[in-house]
Design a protein around this ligand. Sequence first.
Ligand code: SF4
Length: 352
Amino acid sequence: MKTRLQGAAVEVDRIRSRLLAWYARTARDLPWRRSKNPYRVWVSEIMLQQTQVDRVKEYFARFLAAFPDVESLAAAREDSVLRLWEGLGYYRRARQLHAAARALVAEHGGRFPRTAEGLRALPGIGRYTANAIASIAFDAAEPIVEANSRRVLARLAGYGRPLDGPAGDEPAGDLPDRLVARRLVPRTAPGRFNQALMDLGAIVCTPARPRCSACPLAGCCAALRARRVDAIPAKAVPRTVKKIRETAVVLRHGDRVLVERRGPGAWWEGLWDFPCAVGGARGQPQGKKLGVVRYTVTQHAVARTVRVRRVVRRGAATVARRWVTVAGLADLAMTAPGRRIARLLKKPAAIC
Ligand code: SF4
């Protein structure tokens, strides 16, 4: 008769072999999977955080064409990096990617540390990204725990609580030991195993209506056995959204408009936008109304009224303020609402 430990080891083996066999048949052909180059793995993993795969494909191709290796990224100006990132959101990722490239060149001769611990010492590389690079590029047996793999693990274990901890955390506490990601990841081809687990979550074990009948792990799944698939992971309490109204006044002088760079700690830090204030710009002439741009950022739903006003004199340019032609706005890395205002400025209604 098998002991509990032997039984757990058999189940670990079964999960690994079924998952890897499934992956061998179904792996998605994604551009960053065609080599184990750590630079490509790193860029793709940073882009994939909070962003859909199809969208990342397009940005990844453009980014790699402009910065094919860590040296070219380190030598680039931050503005150029942000411009290529524009539209992907979460710009802190781009700034940290750039800072880490510079650190890699300055401190490591352009070579990546081969361990998760060494990688985590670089700017913007947390546990998830470090483990992804270490396991995929360097075959280190490190687990990758992100939204998809976390959901699969929670369902396999029949884990009943919400998965609302920080990204990279496993379902904590009462998870059976055999289903802890660090235990599951094999020493042979750990990167392949990690990618298989993430793919399973993305394609089969989806948040809504998972395709359990096509799942290679159906025989090991506690949620399926207990008929609790729809209840796991448990829903987190929804966060409240705060509504904000703000006003942007586009100042025109001749064919130029004033833009300002977002300062440290602001949303979209380092990107360009038009002068803007919460509420209305009280006590000042506001100019002609161009429209309302609506956007959401973190837990805020913002309605930004856009006005345009001609000025007779323009103030001096600084590192954080520039007078730019409307056509020249295309070359700046802009915030999402700023870019939408730039489009409004091309319409005849924007002439004042
Ligand atoms: S059987 Fe269903 S719930 Fe369980 S891991 Fe597979 S797809 Fe997910």
